[in-house]
Ligand binder design. Structure first.
Ligand code: SAH
Length: 242
């Protein structure tokens, strides 16, 4: 079904799922005839002007179904920038969870495979992959602690309770120079993972980081950090197969 995004000058966004009928909102409604427009501006019946366009990947991404806690975009950003993945990259992600990370990666990479142990979460992540129209993402019902089928990978991303259980499997599945990245909400997990890497000869540890994003209000002369921010999401540990 065709979707549209409507946006106010202040950046307030509306996701229109069904353009075959008028869309009602706090500023009145936009007629279904106007919703056919794929770009430009439209006016509500009460005269409020809104921008209109087809949703981008990130507009659709904001509408994905949520099961387990997803990785924040600020953390996805660091994973992508640090590992430099791109159109030729072959990636494995586990656990798929809600599919947030594997879907984002699939939007940039050549091919992404994700493993998820729970069938209910497998269904959520598959639903999201389809909603986002990703054809290069395969999500399997598998326990990654038992091993990895894929070979010659550029990147493996882990968001698991015990990521250290994957290090041996990752060593066989990664190409030389490939990255192993683990996301953990707590330091004991990040610590045990880093120590598992440090003990081995076949991985170089790159770094552990946490990303702190502080949003600012920019309104006339009211320019200051927003009073609320997300205090903590998780720690990212980066290693490379050598
Ligand atoms: N990164 C995901 C969220 C992952 S939550 C996102 O951004 O949406 C962690 C997931 O790992 C859960 O869904 C859990 O079921 C799954 N999981 C736990 N142990 C696993 C294992 N051994 N193999 C595969 N998946 C596992």
């Amino acid at each position: 079904m065709a979707n549209r995004i409507l946006i106010t000058k202040e950046g307030k966004r509306y996701f229109v799922k069904d353009i075959s009928k008028d869309y009602h909102m706090e500023y009145g409604f936009i007629s279904k005839a106007d919703l056919k427009k794929k770009q430009g501006q439209v006016k509500t019946n009460t005269g409020t002007e809104l921008g209109i366009f087809e949703p981008s990947f990130s507009d659709l991404y904001r509408k994905i179904k949520r099961g387990p806690q997803i990785i924040a975009r600020k953390d996805i950003g660091l994973i992508m920038a640090e590992t430099g993945i791109g159109k030729n990259s072959i990636i494995l992600d586990s656990g798929a969870g809600s599919g947030a990370l594997c879907c984002y990666l699939a939007n940039y990479a050549k091919k992404v495979t994700a493993y998820e142990i729970r069938e209910d979460f497998l269904n959520i992540s598959k639903y999201n992959a389809e909603f986002l129209g990703l054809k290069n993402l395969t999500i399997k019902n598998k326990d990654i602690y038992q091993g990895i089928d894929e070979k010659n990978l550029d990147l493996i991303t882990l968001d698991l309770p015990e990521p250290w259980n994957v290090v041996e499997h990752a060593s066989k599945a990664l190409k030389s120079g490939g990255y192993l990245v683990s996301y953990s909400p707590t330091i004991p997990q990040a610590m045990d993972f880093a120590n598992a890497i440090l003990e081995r000869k076949d991985f170089a540890i790159i770094k552990t980081s946490e990303v702190i994003e502080r949003e600012w209000e920019m309104e006339g002369r009211k320019v200051r950090p927003k009073s609320r921010m997300i205090g903590h999401t998780g720690f990212l540990t980066f290693a490379r197969k050598i």
